[in-house]
Design a protein around this ligand. Structure first.
Ligand code: FAD
Length: 321
């Protein structure tokens, strides 16, 4: 038996969330006293695959051909499921990323496995059963889910588990694609990057602003603060609805859920629908001129003040740092 981890790449490189999934899967494999096998799909250089050994992958399977260059949900799920069968994997771990969220249920159906999507901690394991803590209700609560199936699938929320180095020598092996023609009925032809800015779902630092900013012309200071910190920019829903900011920056219940190490909320009231997407951030800093704004209730640090005075001072202080 083994533990299998799907190692997602972006343009041939592994993301931090991938290493988090590998570290998580390694810990599960160690507890089960078994090997960790990684499966990579798409074009990834051998040296990059071998790097996975640093995080404890004993074996790395790779599938690369032209048709699999970009993400194809059904085909990727078929390959991961067949790798799980070949390697007799009792646990399959993947990141709860955009593609991971699409893959996990498909793999679960193919393997007739139990699934926990959105795990935030290592499972407690007793007598072949897993008890897994996961996000529930868009991050407003946690649930403890018991997995009793023989095979188990776990998708891990990015930024909820640390990357740990556990070096071993990884055996790199080609794996034959088992995807059928019918798996390629829906394909992404091309991915066009909207900008070179830090990607919001993977960001460790996020600077976010709301209607308190009054209009799109005032986002210069938000961009400047984000650039100085190496952070991604985000916004509340009304801001993107009004077209002040692009929709891909909208966070919350109906937008992107983020869990960065630092979330700075500027001129955002902290409505429950906004908090649903940001409440699992490690540290929340709120800047709002209304001391009664609900966001302060969940803030680790708060500044009651006018954003147009506070943010320029913050930028000035960081520049001196
Ligand atoms: P406002 O509520 O207008 O708050 C602006 C804040 O800025 C206020 O707290 C004010 O004190 C402060 N402010 C004003 N001027 C300044 C200044 N000069 N300096 C500092 N602070 C200042 N919202 C989301 O964000 N994400 C979602 O995913 C989402 N999903 C929703 C789903 C549903 C079904 C519904 C009904 C609503 C949803 N909403 C969502 C909307 C949500 O309810 C709020 O209306 C919204 O989050 C408010 O955005 P805001 O805080 O930017 O604006």
């Amino acid at each position: 038996m083994s533990v299998l981890v799907y190692v997602e790449n972006a343009e041939g490189k592994f993301k931090k969330s991938t290493f988090e999934a590998v570290s998580y899967a390694k810990e599960v494999a160690d507890k089960l006293n078994t090997n960790l096998v990684a499966i990579s799909i798409g074009n990834v250089a051998d040296a990059t695959l071998a790097d996975l050994g640093k995080y404890g992958a004993n074996k790395v399977l790779f599938v690369s051909n032209e048709k699999l260059k970009t993400f194809v949900n059904q085909a990727y799920a078929s390959i991961i499921a067949s790798a799980a069968k070949t390697e007799d994997a009792k646990v399959v771990v993947l990141s709860a990323s955009f593609s991971g969220k699409g893959l996990a249920p498909r793999i679960a159906v193919k393997l007739e496995a139990g699934l926990v999507d959105g795990a935030v901690e290592l499972p407690e394991m007793t007598d072949g059963k897993f008890n897994v803590k996961k996000n529930a209700f868009s991050g407003k609560a946690f649930a403890h889910v018991e997995l009793t199936s023989d095979r188990k699938i776990i998708s891990l929320v990015p930024n909820s588990y640390k990357v740990v180095e556990k070096p071993v020598t990884a055996e790199i092996t080609a794996f034959e694609s088992t995807a059928a023609e019918s798996d390629f009925q829906v394909m992404v032809r091309e991915i066009v990057r909207a900008s070179d800015k830090v990607s919001l779902p993977d960001a460790e630092l996020v600077v976010s602003a709301g209607r308190g900013l009054k209009g799109p012309e005032n986002w210069g200071m938000i961009e400047e603060l984000a650039n100085l910190l190496g952070a991604a920019t985000a916004c509340s829903k009304p801001v993107s609805d009004a077209g002040w900011r692009p929709h891909e920056e909208h966070v919350g219940q109906t937008g992107i859920a983020v869990s960065p190490n630092l979330y700075i909320a500027i001129g955002i009231s902290g409505a429950i629908q906004h908090l649903a997407g940001v409440s699992s951030s490690k540290v929340i800093v709120v800047i709002n001129k209304d001391a009664e704004a609900p966001f302060f209730k969940v803030a680790d640090y708060g500044i009651v003040g006018d954003a147009f005075e506070v943010v320029p001072k913050l930028i000035e202080a960081i520049r001196k740092f």
